[in-house]
Design a protein around this ligand. Structure first.
Ligand code: 4AD
Ligand code: MG
Length: 447
């Protein structure tokens, strides 16, 4: 038997005999030729069976293969610029085949167009489609780039608990679960508070895991279960954390451009805009952002759009505002200094202007909006206690968190980057639900 190759490496095997193991994605017959588009998990490759080169019986078997039939094909790799595939440009002249299973003919996700509900209901099969396959390969690269950057820049990975005693990001999106004699435990909305403890032992840390929010809104940016990476840094202020964020995000995008070019191309992603993602990123204050939104609204002729962009100082931005704002920039943009009232309890107030806090969101360009939320944290014990009262949070549950401010408190900052929001932007797709293998949303927990 010849070497089993991965289709992503096909260019390295030009003019060699190889074996690929995979599934039939498409089959067409043209007289004495049968073309199979085979997917092997690493790519899609065109394989050609020529009647004169194969035993009669083998050729007829190939000609009858159904979509999703599982096979092992041996053949000669030839460069051919017309050959479709991911990456394209090569085809395999079939010299032998082993059939594992002829798939049933009633494959639900056949090549015709399907509605989104149907696709989501068949997510276990939808994953096999080229677009979904490409998105999830890019996701995997985003995740390894995240770890690569943090691990090589002095961050220690600390995994924080999923079962937690109290809210950290507002009480309205908590998922509760009965917890023995302890009452209710809540699925983590963030690992941040624990990381604020971790930095006093390790200085720079990150947690990376699933995050849960009982989001009642049905939007194309929200999941109820998503993955978030949260770096936290001691001796770091708001400006310092923005520098970290721009380096970090630029690295992620660069890695995807380098390692996932065929996948990006298969999605039709315009990579010119991604190539512009290099430090520094523009930084604008919330006040400035409000002015910009008012100007955009002024110029808008569409009355519906005007309505959507209505806004007053003190509110949090909605998707339409973020979209309009980010369309003004070629790179991701930092918006800092949000009103204290719309942000979490732990954010450091602005000096001499307590109605504003040292928060910063990073908004992705091309209308994608918030991919990172972060801030400098309150380091003063009295101030923190006051905030806990103001937010009517249970003081006892935050006892340990308060203690961090009494034993070696320092300015510190951190942020959380949403993996799925980032992948949505990098892939240039419309809806977040395609960026995780089995999405969880307000109205779906199947499959
Ligand atoms: O802005 P958020 O709520 O910030 C925090 O949770 C902080 N504790 C993070 C920190 O400072 N350590 O969430 C951070 C990011 C958002 O910018 C977004 O990318 C993502 O998490 N996110 C969601 N992604 C998908 N679905 C949801 N429902 C999300 N909620 C937040
Ligand atoms: Mg946020």
């Amino acid at each position: 038997m010849t070497t089993v190759i991965r289709v992503e490496q096909i260019a390295d095997f030009a003019d060699q005999e190889v074996t690929i193991q995979g599934w039939v994605y498409n089959r067409t017959r043209k007289g004495k030729l049968v073309f199979l588009l085979l997917r092997d998990g690493y790519g899609f490759a065109q394989c050609v069976a020529f009647k004169n080169d194969l035993p009669e019986e083998t050729f007829e078997e190939i000609a009858r293969l159904t979509q999703e039939s599982s096979v092992e094909i041996t053949g000669l790799v030839r460069a051919d610029s017309r050959a479709p595939g991911i990456p394209g440009g090569f085809e395999i002249g079939i010299t032998g085949i082993k059939i594992f299973q002829i798939a049933d003919e009633d494959y639900p996700m056949s090549l015709k167009e399907h509605g989104t509900d149907f696709a989501l209901e068949h997510r276990h099969l939808w994953l096999r489609m080229p677009s979904q396959w490409a998105i999830l390969r890019i996701r995997s690269t985003v995740i390894s780039a995240i770890r690569e950057w943090l691990d090589t820049n002095g961050y220690i990975n600390m995994d924080t608990p999923i079962l937690t005693p109290a809210a950290a990001e507002g009480t309205t999106t908590l998922f509760g679960t009965p917890y023995f004699d302890e009452g209710t435990a809540y699925l983590a909305q963030t690992g941040q508070l624990y990381n604020e403890a971790n930095i006093f032992a390790f200085k720079k840390v990150y947690c990376f895991g699933p995050t849960f929010r009982a989001e009642k809104s049905k939007t194309r940016r929200h999941l109820t279960e998503f993955w978030m990476v949260e770096p936290e840094v001691a001796f770091c202020d708001l400006d310092g954390i923005m520098e970290v964020e721009e380096q970090f995000v630029s690295h992620i995008v660069k890695r995807v451009l380098e390692d996932r070019a065929p996948e990006l191309a298969s999605l039709g992603r315009d990579t010119i805009s991604l190539e512009k993602v290099t430090p520094p990123f523009p930084r604008i204050s919330y006040d400035k952002a409000v002015e910009m939104i008012a100007e955009i609204r002024e110029k808008t002729e569409d009355s519906e759009e005007k309505e959507l962009l209505a806004f007053e100082w003190g509110e949090d931005f909605g998707a339409p505002h973020e979209t309009a704002l980010t369309q003004q920039f070629e790179k991701p943009v930092f918006v800092y200094g949000y009103p204290t009232a719309v942000k979490a309890f732990y954010m450091e107030p602005w000096p001499d202007r307590p109605e504003v806090c040292k928060s910063v969101d990073l908004l992705a360009p091309e209308g994608y909006g918030e991919i990172i939320g972060g801030s400098e944290r309150i380091s003063d014990p009295e101030m923190l206690l006051q905030r806990i009262y103001e937010h009517e949070l249970p003081e006892e549950a935050y006892q340990w968190y308060m203690e961090l401010r009494r034993f070696g408190s320092v300015p510190h900052s951190g942020f959380g980057l949403g993996v799925e929001r980032t992948v949505t932007w990098v892939c240039g797709i419309h809806h977040i639900r395609e960026t995780i293998s089995f999405p969880r949303t307000i109205n779906r927990v199947y499959p």
